[in-house]
Design a protein around this ligand. Structure first.
Ligand code: ZN
Length: 265
C-alpha cells in the first residue's frame, strides 16, 4: 500500500499551518478539491462534553471556522453511532446535528464537522468538487462495512452517478497501530477480515483497513491521501501533543478532549 504523505509529497495535496500569530493552531489541506481544515491541541477542546467552562468548546470551534473564513452557525455536526447510516444534507439542515455515520452533500459552502476520538475522519469528493462525503471510520463502523455502504450509497445519491474511479479521498488524522491499544481489540483481531491489518506485535492498523476497503470499492490508490499524523503520539516541535486523544488520556490520565475537522465544497 502506497499512501501519499501530505507533508512530504510535492505534487499532491499538502498541509498549510494556520494560526493567529501565537503559533500553529490548525492545518488546512491545500490542493484537495474540497476545503478541509482540522484543529490542533493548541486551539483547545472542541467538544462540549469535555469543556471546563460553559461555551468554551463553541468558542474554540468559532475560532477554527474564523481561521478558514467559514460560518460556524452553518455547520452540520456529525455524531457517529458506529454503524453505516448515511444522510444526504443540504442548506436546509444547516446548523443541525445529525446522528449517523456519514453525511453527503452537493451544496457549496456547507461545512460538515466531526470531532474525532482517535477514529479516522474520511472525506470523499471528486476532482470537480461536485459532491462531498464525510464519514467516521472507527473500528466498529469499519467492521460493519461502513466504507462499502457509504460509497455505494453515494453512487446512487449523486445525480450524475459518480464512479469510484473518479473519487478522491482524504483519510485521517487518526490513531496509528503502535498507539492503538484498546480493550475491544481481542474481538476484532480474531476475525479473518481484520487479519491483514493486524501488525506483528498484535496491534490493529485501522487506517490500513479503511484504505484497503476504499481500494476494494474501486477508488484508485493514488487518489487516496492520508494525513500523516497520529492522534495518539504526534507532537509539535515544542514537544507538545498535537491532538487530544481518547486512548492516550485513558492511558496517561491526562484531560480528555476533542479536535475538530471541517470539510466544505
Ligand atoms: Zn501513534
Amino acid at each position: 500500500m502506497q499512501l501519499v504523505n501530505l507533508e512530504k509529497n510535492g505534487s499532491g495535496p499538502f498541509l498549510k499551518p494556520l494560526g493567529n500569530g501565537t503559533g500553529n493552531q490548525a492545518f488546512q489541506v491545500v490542493g484537495f478539491p474540497a476545503q478541509v481544515a482540522f484543529s490542533l491541541m493548541s486551539m483547545g477542546n472542541m467538544s462540549p462534553k469535555f469543556e471546563e467552562n460553559e461555551g468554551e468548546a463553541k468558542r474554540n470551534r468559532q475560532s477554527l471556522f474564523g481561521l478558514i473564513g467559514l460560518n460556524s452557525q452553518q455547520q452540520i455536526w456529525l455524531l457517529p453511532e458506529h454503524k453505516t447510516k448515511l444522510l444526504g444534507v443540504s442548506q436546509e439542515q444547516s446548523g443541525t446535528t445529525q446522528r449517523c455515520e456519514g453525511v453527503l452533500t452537493q451544496s457549496p459552502s456547507l461545512p460538515l464537522t466531526i470531532l474525532p476520538a482517535d477514529a479516522f475522519p474520511v472525506i470523499v469528493t471528486d476532482s470537480g468538487g461536485s459532491f462531498l462525503l464525510l464519514f467516521n471510520g472507527s473500528i466498529w463502523s469499519a467492521d460493519c462495512g461502513v466504507v462499502r455502504s457509504v460509497i455505494e450509497q453515494t453512487q446512487f445519491a449523486v445525480v450524475h452517478s459518480i464512479e469510484p474511479k473518479m473519487m478522491k479521498v482524504l483519510v485521517g488524522p487518526g490513531i496509528c497501530p503502535y498507539c492503538y491499544v484498546s480493550k475491544v481489540h481481542g474481538q476484532f483481531r480474531r476475525k479473518g477480515s481484520w487479519k491483514p491489518c493486524v501488525t506483528k506485535d498484535d496491534h490493529i492498523d485501522l487506517g490500513r483497513f479503511l484504505v484497503n476497503d476504499l481500494i476494494q470499492e474501486g477508488i484508485p490508490e493514488e487518489q487516496i491521501y492520508s494525513v500523516d499524523f497520529c492522534t495518539g503520539h504526534s507532537r509539535s516541535e515544542a514537544g507538545e501533543s498535537l491532538f487530544p486523544s481518547d486512548l492516550r488520556s485513558r492511558r496517561t490520565g491526562e484531560k480528555d478532549g476533542r479536535f475538530a475537522i471541517i470539510a466544505s465544497l
